[in-house]
Write a protein that binds this ligand. Structure first.
Ligand code: FAD
Ligand code: DHB
Length: 392
């Protein structure tokens, strides 16, 4: 089957789906190729924290109705260490900005429904996606879909296929610079059937390691604990996980974690990764395909959204005004925000985790940084403005 579109998009994650919607708003057609099923895309548990700018964009695009109803707006977060909690007043420190807790898979459900309602094409369950001629004016995507060979002629290809995708591999090695850092710990994440233990997120620093309390709904909590990145999840019984959470979250005024059945658990590795540049010929990478941050700063999804904002604008001025300047500047424009988020995520991670080989000096440095962050308005403001998201 031969098809043609202006922008061929690989991956139906937040980057790919939002890009297709942003482009369609400007009358630019696109086709999304996704290797997983719609059910899988719509049920995989990942991010939860949306920056103010992400929320504003979704609202402006008419995607905000359910988010407004079911999401919850948070005006602060807590940093907890040494048995005390310290509130960072996001709202007050950023002139009225906030974050919204609304799960990534709910964002994806809303985007898929909106795109299909427009008559847009998303091909799920595709196999063996390959990119050809990305440095020419006629790049091509090939894949298998429902026992058919699909050939998709495009003007541009957007590589929105996440960290393990194929698009990035089309950039010749000699043209790319890769920057990476892996961390000597991972996160064990769980979903627990219990009402929220807290109204706001808690980021806890403890000698046994980091812990994070988040929520998904009035009946479901999302919790994370720092663990060995090579740990086997089968080794962690529910009782061990709860015990670790309770120890790490203990306060001097006897705060209690509300507990219930654990219905999902998994371990994720933590890394920082950036590829420069994020473009080659007529291939443009966006989101996790181009950069990964450790999850501590809650930036991954939000960065993906920022990338496709720039990309859709650059493509729009190309088609409407025949201008190539924004496309040429795409990588440079995105990388400024990417590196800011890389720094913030690395900084939050370094401040809040226990490093296996850290000595007493390193731990005192972390404590000094935590004390300063909660004790100084200037330092708290720096955390707050990064956390809610810097202006585009
Ligand atoms: P992805 O979501 O990875 O989407 C890529 C899509 O491409 C996938 O659907 C995949 O199936 C598809 N694909 C891959 N390869 C191919 C191929 N060869 N052919 C076709 N399709 C392909 N970020 C935040 O901002 N806030 C948070 O609170 C937060 N918490 C997180 C918690 C966890 C536990 C994890 C794991 C991540 C978290 N993140 C968070 C990060 C966030 O989930 C990612 O940054 C985000 O999903 C990136 O979106 P994306 O569209 O770039 O990539
Ligand atoms: C969640 C994930 C994060 O990485 C984070 O920093 C805060 C919350 C979450 O899944 O809810």
């Amino acid at each position: 089957m031969n098809m043609r579109t202006r922008v061929g998009i690989v991956g139906a994650g937040p980057a790919g789906l939002l890009l297709s919607l942003l482009l369609s708003r400007e009358g630019i057609d696109s086709i999304v190729l996704e290797s997983r099923s719609r059910e899988e895309v719509e049920s995989t548990i990942r991010a939860g924290v949306l920056e103010q700018g992400t929320v504003d964009l979704m609202t402006e695009m008419g995607l905000g109705e359910r988010m407004k109803r079911e999401g919850s707006v948070h005006h602060g977060i807590e940093l907890r260490f040494d048995g005390y909690g310290h509130r960072i007043h996001l709202y007050e420190l950023t002139n009225g900005r906030a974050i919204t807790l609304y799960p990534q898979h709910e964002v994806l459900k809303d985007c898929i429904a909106a795109r299909l309602a427009q008559g847009g094409h998303i091909l799920f369950n595709v196999k063996d996606v390959e990119l050809f001629d990305v440095s020419s004016r006629q790049p091509l995507l090939r894949c298998a879909h429902e026992h058919m060979q699909v050939e998709l002629q495009c003007d541009f290809i957007a590589g929105c296929d996440g960290f393990h995708g194929v698009s990035r591999l089309s950039i010749p090695e000699a043209m790319q610079h890769v920057f990476t850092r892996s961390y000597p710990f991972g996160w064990l994440g769980i979903l627990m059937q219990a009402p929220p233990s807290t109204n706001e997120l808690i980021y806890a620093y403890h000698e046994r390691g980091f812990a994070l309390v988040s929520t998904r709904s009035p009946e479901l909590q999302r919790l994370y604990i720092q663990c060995d990145p090579d740990d086997d999840i089968a080794r962690w019984s529910d009782a061990m996980i709860l015990e670790e959470l309770q120890v790490r979250l203990v306060t001097r005024d006897n705060w209690q974690l509300l507990v219930g059945p654990i219905i999902q658990k998994s371990i994720l590795a933590m890394r920082s990764f950036v590829i420069e540049p994020m473009q080659y010929g007529r291939l443009f990478l966006a989101g996790d395909a181009a950069h990964i941050v450790p999850p501590t700063g809650a930036k991954g999804l939000n960065l993906a959204v920022a990338d496709v904002r720039h990309l859709s604008l650059a493509l729009t001025v190309f088609y409407q005004e025949n201008r190539t300047d924004l496309l040429e500047a795409y990588s440079t424009t995105c990388l400024r925000r990417v590196w800011r988020a890389e720094h913030f995520s690395w900084w939050m991670t370094s401040m809040l985790h226990r490093f296996p080989d850290d000595d007493a000096f390193g731990q005192r440095m972390q404590r000094a940084q935590l004390d300063y962050t909660v004790g100084s308005r200037a330092a708290a403001t720096s955390l707050a403005e990064n956390y809610v998201g810097l202006p585009y």
